[in-house]
Design a binder for this molecule. Structure first.
Ligand SMILES: Nc1ncnc2c1ncn2[C@@H]1O[C@H](COP(=O)(O)OP(=O)(O)OP(=O)(O)O)[C@@H](O)[C@H]1O
Ligand SMILES: [Mg+2]
Length: 333
């Protein structure tokens, strides 16, 4: 038993060069995103777990900037899709085009066939486009005209959503929100950060741009992904994650929270929180996860998977608040 544990630990020890390159990507993101270390961490967690991110925030909070910085730091193709109500699924996935010289149709791949895809204002895209995208995200492939085309590896979607605009939008159905590993909510910066942003952007526009960053290669990314997956999640920590998730179903654990929930969290939430906690531990330079990793990611990994009862919603309750309640009532063993 002891031997096995030692063996696992040795295998999971993060390779120094890989960790160094991930740290330098993290540094590249942090230096360009003032006061946004949680966002930087979550972008890296998405990258390490192969998960997709939904970022919600008012206009001008550097959502686009964040994804552009990520695409500069990773040697992977990048595409941006600006969603509008007249977008069609084929604008995203691709279209069969007739080639008269060959007398046949050729599938021309759409922007979703890139490694890093920024989908701006996803809630302005009509439901058919949303479901085509979310299907591609879940299956890592696109089916068109009876043929199946695999998406690249790595493949990560970062979708943005603006919470203040409701006119002419199509809210993502709850069942599809579930496809995102994390739902990150950005709030407004404080005065100190605001001033730093002003200085940073001024520097960028007046001083010659910084030299190009070392891009993370797909090989190193794969190594980092493997190391993050091998992070040790102790049985007690797995139980903690399971109790947090099942508390949204079982009225015994946290009755007042359970009462406010119409649809509880599915096993996908359990898997998402476990993967995110492991990647968080890896980023902290550990080859084992601790309860703080789970607590840190619980809200962003779980809240968007909860559907409130209409009464709770009418009373102004929020899913994020319910997860905060759960974290107070369900403690690690
Ligand atoms: N935390 C921050 N760090 C650095 N720059 C920032 C930060 N917040 C905002 N900015 C600056 O604000 C401007 C707007 O950023 P960006 O276009 O990325 O916002 P956005 O969230 O994508 O907005 P929209 O929702 O309208 O698309 C950019 O010039 C960006 O540099
Ligand atoms: Mg933007």
């Amino acid at each position: 038993m002891q031997d096995t544990a030692v063996e696992i630990d040795r295998n999971a020890a993060p390779d120094a060069d890989t960790s160094r390159q991930i740290a330098s990507l993290s540094q590249h993101l942090s230096s360009g995103l003032i006061g946004r270390s949680p966002l930087v961490e979550r972008l890296l967690i998405g990258l390490l777990t192969g998960g997709h991110l939904l970022i919600e925030g008012a206009p001008g909070l550097a959502k686009t900037r964040a994804v552009k910085l990520l695409s500069q730091g990773v040697d992977a193709s990048f595409a941006r899709i600006q969603c509008t109500p007249d977008l069609m699924p084929a604008d995203l996935t691709g279209t069969p085009v007739f080639r008269p010289d060959r007398g046949e149709f050729e599938f021309v791949r759409g922007p979703v066939f890139h490694s890093l895809v920024l989908v701006d204002e996803i809630n302005r895209a009509p439901p058919k486009v949303q479901s085509a995208l979310l299907e591609a995200m879940a299956e890592h492939q696109v089916t068109a005209g009876g043929a199946t085309y695999p998406l690249p590896d790595p493949f990560m979607v970062v979708a943005t959503q603006n919470p203040i605009e409701h006119e002419g939008t199509f809210p993502l159905p709850e069942a599809q929100l579930d496809r995102f590993l994390l739902h990150v909510v950005l709030d407004l910066p404080d005065a100190v950060a605001e001033r730093e942003i002003l200085d940073l952007v001024e520097r960028e526009t007046t001083v010659t741009p910084a030299p190009d960053v070392d891009q993370l290669s797909p090989e190193i990314l794969h190594q980092a992904q493997a190391a993050a997956m091998q992070v040790h999640l102790a049985p007690a920590l797995k139980d903690y994650i399971v109790r947090l998730v099942t508390a949204t179903r079982d009225p015994e654990i946290a009755p007042d929270v359970r009462r406010a929930i119409e649809h509880p969290i599915s096993p996908r939430g359990t898997l998402a929180l476990a993967a995110a906690a492991k990647a968080h531990a890896y980023l902290a330079g550990r080859d084992y996860a601790v309860p703080e990793d789970v607590v840190e990611l619980a809200t962003d990994a779980l809240a968007h998977r909860i559907v409130l009862t209409w009464r709770a919603a009418a009373d102004g309750e929020t899913a994020r608040n319910l997860v905060h309640q759960l974290l107070k009532q369900v403690r690690p063993l």
